[in-house]
Design a protein around this ligand. Structure first.
Ligand code: HEM
Ligand SMILES: [Fe+2]
Length: 623
């Protein structure tokens, strides 16, 4: 590569800036504080020099034209008109076509919906059909998964508060120099990882709870397996978080860091050893679910299609985590990102969606609220729709990572199709909502069902609308990685899968505590506070900041969107403070959920010592 003397000078100047910034040069102390970086972020000079070489490579790929083409390796991203980086024509054309595709898709689905026959719902049973099914030994031991999940959720909320606070005070927490022990990059990593961990824990638990319930069968190893798997999960959570801390605090060399520290890829940050352990855990889970559910395929013939979709999504969730292993220590960043999205996107936008649809349908069928035949048809068609948009839609994450431009076309069109079923998901939500008082005993499942309704609501708002806000290539070109992403990811990950996790937990806990009277006040509070708190967080703070950044990028180039001038402007700092009310409401919601669990644990502990007569109470509750 030939570089002109002026360019060499410029590169050296920029390198020197970053070498100082990531060290402890006192001249840049204010900037470090504004970027929420701890003092002496990377003590080793050699590592800091390597880092600046990486920055050079990134900048080079972003402004260098591909051989024989008029656009750069990154398809002209990021926006910087001074350097000639402006949107390509295919970016603009496919963005517009993606919006048209979405409209066409919604039109077609509404047409289909209007023309198809609407079945009436079955008349619900007089009594709760699940009431007298006694939980097995392994099912009972699933309860600790839920306790663990909620503890992790509360920790996530706490760390989220600290992460947000760093946007105002970059190194301190109300004056305490917190960044020395818990720098921003640690709390942020833990915050996002815990989100995946607690939600996954509720789902794993649900799988382990409902598989024996469906088949009425449990192998003699099931109980042991459920307990060992729980232990393994605890080891992975604690071990990976400790590794991430040690990695960021620079206790490891680069090899150790890759193995047990922090890989640096958001959502799959955990070191390779932990990643392998987690994959093994998922495979053990799959084996346990397989052993328990297998007999049900022979007996529960009428809902076999739903069970196949559910089981298939479990297999895919387990195995696709393995895609993250295709990126090695020395893999090119563009390729590593490609595999990262195989895990994250295919999980959340394909297999989780099918898991959610099929597991909710199965629960409603078990309660006798919808007919197996209509559930089968609905779940199969939803699966086809989710997978046809979701699989190729993955490409919306790699518009600007050095791929051929045709990828923009495929990604834009297919990810727009993902939004079609979400736009109409309200039908499903209203139907579920109507069920919550279909029979008096349904009051027992009211909150589980309302959390499923919340899942549908956030699927429309968080995933569909806020996802599409950043989805057309022309939109992502300007806003990739700004607060608009955080708006979408909170609305979608917490809104859809967090709410689903809580709903599933409540459903399973109902079966585990048939004879206990729940404290409805706690769950009611948790439900409303979590939902309203989330909405306030998104619409009073994250979204407005994202839009301000959007304008800032358009006016001055992409780099400006995250500059201290924008992030620490009085308006944006004020909007960061506007997070506080929503965050507090949300946190109280989480706290009430914790209180609900503690109350239930207390009651079940007391119940153990109760004399006979419990059955009478059970009868009273079920009628
Ligand atoms: C419930 C379903 C969904 C969940 C849980 C979800 C979650 C997430 C998360 C956590 C991220 C951030 C990843 C990161 O920063 O590393 C993200 C990014 C993104 N999502 Fe979604 N998502 C969902 C559905 C959708 C849908 C339906 C669309 C649009 C069709 C979409 C479009 C995007 C785009 C374009 C990004 C990249 C943003 C950027 O790089 O700045 N998502 N999603
Ligand atoms: Fe995606």
């Amino acid at each position: 590569m030939a570089l002109s003397p002026t360019r060499i000078q410029a590169i050296e100047k920029v390198s020197q800036h970053y070498i100082s910034l990531f060290g402890s040069d006192s001249e840049l102390a204010v900037l470090r504080e504004q970027y929420a970086m701890k003092e002496d972020t990377i003590p080793s000079l050699v590592h800091r020099e390597k880092l600046t070489a990486f920055f050079f490579w990134g900048a080079w790929a972003a402004i260098t034209k591909r051989p024989g083409e008029e656009y750069t390796y990154t398809n002209n991203w990021p926006f910087d008109p001074q350097l000639g980086n402006t949107p390509t024509s295919s970016n603009i054309v496919w963005s517009i076509l993606s919006i048209i595709t979405l409209l066409a898709g919604i039109g077609a689905l509404v047409w289909h919906h209007a023309s198809s026959r609407h079945e009436t719902l079955p008349k619900p049973n007089e009594k709760d059909p699940l009431f007298f099914t006694k939980p097995t030994r392994s099912q009972k031991s699933v309860a600790k998964y839920f306790v663990t999940a909620i503890a992790l959720f509360l920790l996530q909320i706490f760390l989220g508060g600290i992460t947000a606070h760093y946007a105002v005070e970059g190194q301190n927490f109300y004056g305490i120099p917190l960044s020395e022990i818990l720098p921003y990059s640690v709390v942020r990593t833990w915050h996002t990882q815990l989100g995946v961990f607690w939600i996954a824990t509720t789902w794993l638990a649900t799988g382990l709870y409902i598989a024996p319930a469906l088949s009425g069968h449990e192998s003699k190893y099931q109980y042991l397996g459920v307990n060992l798997l729980w232990l393994a999960l605890v080891v992975v959570v604690v071990g990976s978080m400790a590794g991430e801390w040690l990695g960021i605090q620079q206790y490891f060399d680069l090899d150790m860091n890759f193995l047990v520290g922090h890989q640096g890829y958001e959502y799959i940050d955990l070191g390779r050893v932990w990643q392998l352990l987690l994959l093994s855990g998922l495979i053990i889970w799959l084996l346990l679910v397989t052993a328990a559910i297998k007999p049900a395929f022979a007996t529960q013939t009428e809902i076999r299609p739903v069970m196949w979709v559910l089981y298939g999504s479990c297999v895919a969730i387990g195995l696709f985590y393995g895609a993250g292993l295709f990126a090695g220590k020395h893999t090119n960043l563009a390729v590593a990102e490609y595999w990262r999205w195989w895990v994250i996107h295919l999980w959340v936008e394909s297999f989780f969606e099918t898991f959610a649809t099929s597991v909710i349908a199965l629960m409603l069928v078990r309660l006798g609220l919808i007919r197996a035949s209509s559930a089968n048809g609905a779940v199969l068609s939803a699966t086809v729709i989710f997978l046809s948009g979701g699989l190729i839609g993955t490409l919306h994450h790699i518009y600007f990572t050095g791929v051929p431009t045709s990828v923009i076309a495929w990604g834009a069109i297919f990810s727009a199709l993902e939004v079609v079923p979400l736009a109409l998901i309200g039908f499903e939500a209203i139907q579920s909502y109507r069920m919550h008082n279909a029979a008096p005993w349904m009051a027992r499942y009211k909150w589980a069902i309302l959390f499923f309704v919340a899942t549908a609501f956030w699927n429309l708002v968080g995933a569909g609308i806020l996802g599409f806000l950043i989805n057309p290539p022309i939109s992502l070109y300007f806003v990739q990685g700004l607060n608009t992403t955080a708006t979408h990811s909170h609305g979608a990950l917490m809104g859809v899968y967090g709410m689903l996790g809580i709903g599933l937990m409540l459903f399973c806990l109902r079966g585990l505590s048939t004879n206990l009277i729940w404290n409805d006040g706690y769950i009611k509070g948790a439900f409303w506070m979590l939902n309203l708190g989330l909405a306030a967080m998104l619409f009073m703070s994250l979204l407005p900041i994202g839009l301000i950044q959007f304008f800032a990028v358009l006016e001055n180039g992409y780099w400006y969107g995250r500059s201290p001038e924008v992030i620490h402007s009085p308006l944006v700092e004020g909007l960061v403070w506007m997070r506080v009310p929503g965050d507090i409401v949300f946190a109280i919601g989480g706290f009430l959920l914790g209180m609900f669990l503690i109350d239930l644990l207390k009651k079940s502990f007391l119940d153990k010592f109760k004399a006979p007569g419990v059955e009478d109470l059970a009868d009273k509750v079920s009628s």
